[in-house]
Write a protein that binds this ligand. Structure first.
Ligand code: UD1
Length: 421
């Protein structure tokens, strides 16, 4: 087990390249199962979640290898449509393999993913979308047993624009008969990236990124070459870090249009932001001001994943900032940890109000989940003295060595194995 130690009070300066998007890499790795042949996936972030996806790919029969440049997935051999529960437990979003395995093999078996740190996370919308496509799904004893000799075209009206359910439906429909239309689809930018990969693999998908996605089913798909889009949540994390610590940071390889609501809140807080082609520059000088209420919503609203990092930046802003979390029910677990640093946060149900304090003090804290862990690191960067953050495995799911990225910007952040001096 390791911890990250942060010595706060040092402004951040310099430039940082933003990693490829985790939330795009995972569905695209699952899509490689559908694309019979070799897929070349560039800019795939090195994360424990992508490693877990690679273990699943190998388990089902794909050959996977990598070099400096790319990850290669060869799915031309026979595919075993079964994911053992030990692999399902490693990563909740493994359920994204359900649609591709079902479409490719006509059957799929896996254990149902349970809840996780941020909420119950049901998959009823995934399953009803696949049933509309003709799948028979048996859910017994926590296992999913799915069958569909042929997937048929249909209209899927999602009651909520779930990202995962939209992705599973879209992936399965690629090998269906005729045209499938998904309405009230999630509009997150990662859906556009998935569409781009699928179309390069020979699929016929249109409308991803809007609320109506149309898929013309094909008999088969082939391997494709694709570069994963930049990670908008990692970008929001680095911007919130600079806002909290002060400084002047340039992010490159980033698409700022994908996270406009985050930029709007940071501007309200008094940060100077300049955007260019694949570039964002943030300057944070002096004490921040409170932002107007931040309410998480499906895209194009404020992203739920950026709520904890922005809350961390608001802790020392002058005035009060309200946060309302409408997507996940347990997404405030970083708050008790932040209070250890002297943060003044009051919660009621899904609303948290931050009363800005002049100063935070280093503390020992434990990351409760991925983005909550990022919030602790960000708050520690702006605090006086040293902090120790445990539960680093949560951070490694979504950031490729977060302490190294921040150290590149001049932060004093080091990882130590527990027990090291
Ligand atoms: C969510 C985020 C997404 C983010 C991702 C990674 C939203 C809308 N989605 O996607 O932007 O990139 O986390 O952290 O912000 N739900 C059901 N039944 C289902 C599926 C979902 O009730 O079958 C509910 C969930 O409990 C949750 C909401 O729908 O309250 C959003 O879920 P969903 O979009 O599916 O979550 P992710 O795909 O994980």
């Amino acid at each position: 087990m390791s911890s990250i130690y942060v010595t706060g009070g040092k402004p951040l300066f310099g430039a940082l390249r933003v990693q490829g998007a985790k939330n795009s890499a995972l569905p695209i790795l699952s899509a490689a199962v559908l694309a019979e042949g070799v897929s070349v996936i560039r800019n795939c972030p090195k994360l424990t979640d992508t490693e877990a996806a690679v273990r699943i790919l190998r388990e089902v029969g794909c050959r996977v290898w990598q070099d400096e440049d790319a990850l290669y997935v060869d799915s031309s051999g026979p595919i075993r449509p079964e994911i053992p529960s030990r692999l399902m437990r490693e990563m909740r979003s493994s359920v994204i393999f359900l649609g591709p395995l079902l479409a490719r093999c006509g059957e799929a078996r896996m254990s149902a993913p349970g809840g996780c740190e941020i909420g119950a996370r049901p998959i009823d919308l995934h399953l009803s979308a696949l049933r509309s496509l003709g799948a028979e799904i048996d859910e017994r004893g926590g296992n999913l047993d799915c069958r569909a000799a042929r997937l048929r075209s249909c209209r899927i009206d999602l009651p909520f624009p779930s990202v995962g359910a939209t992705e599973n439906a879209l992936l399965a429909a690629c090998l269906g008969d005729g045209e499938t239309v998904i309405t009230n689809a999630a509009r997150e930018p990662e859906l556009r990236d998935l569409e781009a990969f699928l179309n390069s693999a020979g699929a016929s998908v249109s409308g991803a990124g809007s609320a109506v996605i149309r898929v013309q089913g094909k008999a088969d798909l082939h391997g494709a070459v694709h570069r994963i889009m930049p990670d908008r949540i990692a970008a929001a994390t680095w911007l919130a870090a600079c806002a909290a610590a002060g400084g002047d940071v340039r992010l490159y390889d980033t698409e700022w249009r994908d996270y406009r609501p985050v930029l709007r809140s940071l501007r309200e807080m008094g940060c100077e932001l300049h955007t260019g082609e694949n570039l964002v520059r943030i300057r944070s000088l002096g004490r921040l001001k409170a932002a107007s209420p931040i309410v998480t919503r499906p895209y194009p609203g404020f992203p739920t994943d950026a709520q904890p990092p922005l809350m961390a930046a608001a802790l020392t802003a002058e005035g009060t900032t309200a946060f309302q979390e409408t997507i996940f029910e347990s997404r405030f677990r970083h708050i008790p940890e932040l209070r250890r640093m002297g943060a003044d946060i009051r919660t009621e149900g899904r609303t948290a109000v931050v009363w800005g304090v002049p100063k935070l003090y280093g503390a020992e804290m434990c990351a409760p989940d991925l983005r909550g862990g990022a919030a602790l690191i960000i708050a520690a960067l702006g605090a006086e003295g040293e902090s120790r953050i445990c539960g680093v495995h949560h951070l490694d799911r979504g950031y490729a060595a977060i302490e190294k990225s921040l150290a590149e910007l001049g932060a004093e952040t080091v990882r130590k194995e527990d027990g090291d001096g």
